[in-house]
Design a protein around this ligand. Structure first.
Ligand code: COA
Length: 193
């Protein structure tokens, strides 16, 4: 007989009401720029996603985030969805190391889930580039896209223990609307801890 080694991870569903949004300038540090969606950037988004999530709490919950191939499959699948919102999908690029050494260091995507509602997917910033406002800038750029496409309600899910991410969303005006428990099968090594 085979037993599943499940445990439950607490997650928050958070929402943002675009009707209360006031557009503000996106404050990016010098040496960084935001790159709008283009289909040729699938692998760049996948690389930024992989660099951002590997070794992080969400890669334990969603193992595909901890592998480049998983991130590439996920990006390919997201951009092919009917509800994909290119206007709210952005890459952050570090250009401070010279023109030939640019580095994609952050990513955000969005998908329309139902009429009047969209969901932010997998925002991530690579560790060396955190704490400089890149995550905030990616979210603000996504909100501009939602404003442009007239989508009034934005949602996301975040692991409750991911305190930095929860703080970021709250600071930008997201509010928790529900607490969820996601069943996760522990890997043998993780379950031994
Ligand atoms: C969550 C995540 C996207 C945040 O990205 P980030 O680029 O570090 O975000 P920001 O820099 O905008 O904000 C982070 C902190 O830096 C601070 N900050 C922003 N600009 C700053 C600056 N110029 N100087 C100093 N601090 C600054 C912010 O106030 C914030 O502080 P706080 O944590 O006390 O609220 C990033 O940590 C990450 O990728 N984590 C792993 C993947 C993940 O879990 N994603 C979320 C999935 S739901």
């Amino acid at each position: 007989m085979q037993f599943l080694n499940l445990h439950y991870v607490k997650r928050y569903r958070m929402e943002f009401d675009m009707r209360r949004w006031q557009s503000s300038a996106i404050d990016l540090p010098v040496d960084y720029r935001l790159v709008a969606w283009d289909r040729s950037l699938i692998s760049a988004h996948a690389e930024a996603k992989y660099q951002s999530f590997r070794g992080e709490i969400d890669a334990e919950i969603f193992p595909c985030l901890g592998e480049y191939s998983g991130c590439l499959n996920l990006m390919t699948e997201i951009q092919a969805r009917d509800g994909f919102v290119p206007e709210s999908t952005w890459l952050a690029e570090y250009v401070g190391a010279g023109a030939s050494k640019h580095e994609y260091c952050g990513t955000i995507q969005a998908v329309r889930t139902q009429r009047g509602k969209a969901s932010i997917q997998n925002i991530g910033v690579a560790p060396l580039h955190r704490g400089r406002g890149i995550g905030s800038a990616l979210i603000l750029a996504a909100l501009l896209g939602f404003d442009y496409t007239a989508i009034p309600r934005i949602c996301l899910e975040v692991t409750a223990d991911n305190e930095g991410a929860v703080r970021l969303y709250r600071r930008l005006g997201f509010r928790t609307v529900r607490t969820l428990y996601k069943a996760v099968e522990l890997a043998a090594s993780a379950s031994a801890r």
